[in-house]
Design a protein around this ligand. Structure first.
Ligand code: TAP
Length: 495
């Protein structure tokens, strides 16, 4: 306990100030690479959450944020982007130390977070309405207005970037927000709070960041009648409960970015070396803790055996290690509980008769103190096994054989999810046939995972409702108002 006195106590960011939670209770924040406590985060109560919601409500209803011109809001976002760039090194180190992601990937995330604020800063001045061609002597207008106060709940796999994806479009639209980071990874979101606090011209209360338990803070955001919209990224199970809470409270608008079990489809005619790289990158990037992970690797029968062998050989060269070492390709999983969950799936795969080709174990030696897990590959998987149906969210690949295009499409679509998918082939006509028939929100051809703020992101089926990023991302935070201006002087023709 004595050691804890020296740990930084992260604070809640409410109404422009950094405060302790009303009860003063805290949660230990770990470095998953060595299991050491690195900070203490506030465990907010329902009342703390309500305070943040009231602050956002006041900032939205009473201004001056509400009255800012689009140009002025845009400039606020540009300032945030510049500050993130200035703090890149620090933010990347903190992200890596708190989430376990390799430093090089953490740096990409910081760059992407800055780009996200830049993009939406630019989009703030491109929010336009319409003039509707109604048949009468009237001017019919469509106006777009900010939706109001937004509750935003994010997961732990991209802590800073997910905060940017949520906050940037909301601010560009003119909303006020209360963001809840995942309890295990609050560090960079709260560092971002310091950026907001320092940005000139951002009124207090427009951004609030509250750390704590999902069923306490997140649930209050979903239930509160003072919140107009909830944006959630996380598991399908929690997404469902948020949707219910929203429906049963004030019918607030909801967007959901949920889980996936994405097919990565390889045809025999594809560039073999590129395919192997694509299969590994698709499933093991960020330790497999990626919603769009290509965790179902569908391989055409003529190359199946050779593919599994080559993939396993190359996977042995993935450097597992200290996330702060620039050579590291895979860090630890985010928490010990999550590692146990992933190991449960490895056990299930073996029990159901899949063949463990590689990995499945915790590495020893210098890495024994962290929550590391070897990259794991199963072959002889059929699509009904749990490792092929359920989202594992860790470094576990299920390699499934298929025979021809028809079976590839059937297997790809035989899942409750529909977030993403990829197809590898040199035949452009086949690539188009596949991408048209796979029921998913994001399809890559001869690549997997590139993600851009300029293009929409989100899923079909149980992978979510709505789209983030791109122009779609800002629509989530706008209401549509129809205005009719009568141009006929004199009495209304009804009498
Ligand atoms: P979840 O367990 O769903 O948690 C996500 C967030 O929701 C956390 O902050 C969590 O807090 C909170 N939460 C839990 N119960 C809640 C409730 N009743 N009301 C409101 N909020 C609640 O997911 P996770 O394990 O953090 O993240 C992994 C999941 O996120 C995967 O399924 C992954 O696919 C998905 N994900 C999707 C995307 C996109 S863009 N589609 C991107 C990244 C991740 P607690 O931890 O305290 O419960």
């Amino acid at each position: 306990m004595a050691g804890k006195k020296n740990l930084e106590r992260l604070k809640l960011y409410i109404d422009g100030g950094f405060v302790e939670s009303e009860k003063g209770s805290t949660r230990d924040i770990y470095n998953p690479a060595n299991g050491q406590v690195i900070a203490l985060a506030q465990e907010a109560t329902v009342e703390d959450t309500r305070k943040a919601i009231r602050a956002a409500r006041k900032a939205f209803d009473q201004g001056p944020w509400h009255d800012y011109s689009a140009q002025r809001r845009g400039r606020v976002l540009f300032q945030v982007a510049e500050a993130i760039k200035r703090e890149k090194e620090k933010l990347a180190r903190l992200e890596s130390a708190n989430s376990g992601k390799p430093i090089v990937e953490a740096e990409f995330d910081v760059d992407d977070a800055a780009t996200c604020f830049e993009y939406y800063g630019g989009l703030a001045t491109k929010i336009t309405g319409d003039v509707n061609p109604v048949p009468d002597q009237a001017l019919s207008l469509t106006l777009k207005e900010p939706i109001g106060v937004c509750g935003q709940v994010i997961p732990w796999n991209y802590p800073l970037l997910m905060a940017a994806w949520k906050i940037a479009p909301a601010l560009a639209a003119g909303c006020a927000v209360v963001l809840k980071p995942a309890p295990a990874t609050p560090v960079t979101a709260l560092e971002l709070a310091k950026v907001f606090a320092a940005v000139e011209d951002l009124p207090k209360g427009v951004v609030n960041i509250v750390t704590g338990d999902g069923p306490v803070v997140g649930q209050e955001l979903a239930e509160s009648p003072l919140v107009n919209k909830v944006a959630f990224t996380g598991s399908t199970a929690v997404g469902r409960s948020i949707l219910k809470a929203a429906a049963e409270s004030n019918m607030k608008k909801v967007t959901l970015e949920l889980g996936g079990k994405s097919p990565n489809i390889f045809f025999a005619d594809a560039d073999f070396e590129a395919s192997i790289d694509g299969a590994l990158f698709g499933v093991f990037i960020n330790q497999g803790e990626v919603c769009s992970a290509g965790s179902r690797i569908l391989v055409e029968k003529p190359i199946y055996k050779k593919f599994v062998e080559a993939m396993s050989e190359k996977a042995k060269r993935i450097v597992l290690g200290d996330p702060l070492d620039r050579k590291t390709k895979m860090g630890p999983l985010v928490t010990s509980t999550h590692r146990e969950r992933v190991e449960g799936y490895i056990g299930a795969g073996r029990k159901e008769g899949a063949r463990l080709v590689l990995g499945g174990k915790r590495p020893g030696g210098k890495l024994a103190g962290g929550y590391f897990l070897e990259p794991t590959i199963f072959d002889q998987v059929n699509n009904q096994m749990r490792i092929a149906r359920e989202e594992i969210f860790g470094p576990v690949a299920a390699v499934i054989p298929f025979d021809g295009e028809k079976e590839a499409i059937e297997l790809a679509n035989d899942t409750p999810y529909g977030l993403a998918g990829a197809v590898w082939t040199r035949d452009i006509y086949r690539a188009f046939r596949i991408i048209k028939q796979v029921r998913a929100g994001i399809l890559w051809v001869n690549h997997m995972q590139p993600t851009y703020v300029e293009a929409p992101w989100g899923g079909y089926k149980m992978s979510g409702i709505g789209r983030e990023l791109g122009k779609y991302g800002i629509d989530n935070y706008l209401e549509v108002k129809q205005v009719h201006i009568n141009l006929n002087e004199g009495p209304i023709a009804w009498y």
